[in-house]
Design a protein around this ligand. Structure first.
Ligand SMILES: *Cc1c(COP(=O)(O)O)cnc(C)c1O
Length: 355
């Protein structure tokens, strides 16, 4: 088996893949595949209900919030959030901490006025700006908890006078968060929760219905809530595999337990990056992500040979994003610490060989 450091779609627990494969052939012994049963069947309703309850349980979702499994990826949420929450004569605050945040800002322009409170662009997004004010008359404040491409992560969430909207696509369920602090959280499943094809939305019901805009059914959170994520045919398989992954997470002790493992994995890898003279980190240490670890070789000519060594060691997916270069090791929930040790061994072997 390979050590899968891919950024997304990312690694899933092996036992989840096995169960998913079984469900494709014969779901729970019913003689039918998960791919060929009605979404209105008792079997699928049980899967969706369990997925929703696991989200509520694992993330301690308080009363007054709805949990949805939608389609269209996090990118659709970039538009759906302002569609539902931003009045056409209103403004919304955005923190520009990377490519995904910029894309969210771009989409908001179709619906109202996004106000960028701060941007990390001049700094190539190597740090997350902290010096800004959130306008109190904004409809909401949009942030990205983990910047998948640059390897920065908010270690603390800002206090916001207006509903806080957060794109958690690449660190959902990796650490304990207080859902009550947020108006809406969304995450494409394929980084840390399941396969591509479904997007988790956790929304505080009371922030909805404040604009008088007419919204087509599929883009309307209210319709999706009323339909229980089944206004139309939901992505049954993606929801099934997400549910299996959430079950796996619960069996491991839940979010607090995985957070400890994630801290240990990140600490081990950053320690090696800082110690090994052949490598260096990219981001400012205080904003370093515990999910996507970006680093460079001290000597740019070492990039290719190090990639080759990784390949020989079964270490895959470590090439940096095309817009950032260098290396990016994504160490999502399902990646075992033994894979991190394999990467550290490769770094040490590389240094030894080239000294
Ligand atoms: C991957 C990613 C996205 C885009 O997700 P899609 O599901 O492909 O639309 C958005 N935001 C963040 C933080 C991401 O990591």
């Amino acid at each position: 088996m390979k050590h899968n450091f891919g950024a997304g779609p990312g690694i899933l627990p092996h036992e989840v893949l096995k169960q998913a494969a079984e469900g494709v052939l014969d779901l729970n012994g019913i003689g039918l595949s998960i791919l060929e049963i009605s979404h209105r069947s008792a079997e699928f309703e049980a899967i969706l209900n369990e997925a929703v309850s696991l989200v509520k349980e694992l993330f301690n979702v308080p009363a007054g919030y709805s949990v949805l499994f939608l389609q269209g990826g996090a990118s659709t949420q970039f538009a759906m959030v302002p569609y539902n929450l931003l009045p056409s004569d209103g403004k919304a605050a955005y923190l520009d901490s990377g490519v995904w945040a910029s894309k969210a800002i771009k989409e908001a322009k179709y619906f109202g006025e996004p106000v960028v409170v701060a941007t990390g662009k001049e700094n190539n997004y190597r740090s997350i700006p902290t010096d800004y004010e959130i306008p109190a008359d904004a409809a909401y404040f949009h942030i990205t908890s983990n910047n998948t491409i640059y390897g920065t992560q908010l270690q603390q969430f800002p206090k916001s006078p207006v509903p806080l909207i957060c794109d958690m696509s690449s660190d959902i369920f990796s650490r304990v968060v207080n859902v009550a602090d947020f108006g809406l959280i969304y995450a494409g499943a394929q980084k840390n929760m399941g396969p591509a094809g479904t997007t988790l939305v956790i929304v505080k019901d009371e922030i909805l219905g404040k604009t008088d805009r007419k919204i087509p059914a599929m883009f309307n959170y209210q319709t999706q809530i009323e339909g229980g994520s089944m206004y139309n045919t939901p992505p049954c398989f993606a929801i099934y595999v997400s549910m299996l992954t959430l079950r796996w997470l619960k069996a491991k002790g839940g979010v607090a337990a995985i957070e400890k493992e994630n801290n240990a994995k990140a600490a081990a890898l950053y320690t090696e990056i800082d110690r090994n003279p052949f490598f260096k980190g990219v981001c400012v240490p205080e904003d370093r992500s515990k999910m996507n670890v970006c680093f460079l070789t001290e000597n740019p000519d070492h990039e290719k040979p190090f990639l080759k060594l990784c390949d020989e060691r079964g270490i895959v997916g470590v090439k940096g994003h095309r817009s950032a270069g260098g290396f990016r090791a994504s160490i999502y929930n399902a990646l075992p610490i033994t894979s991190v040790y394999a990467l550290i061994d490769a770094m040490q072997e590389f240094a030894e060989k080239n000294k």
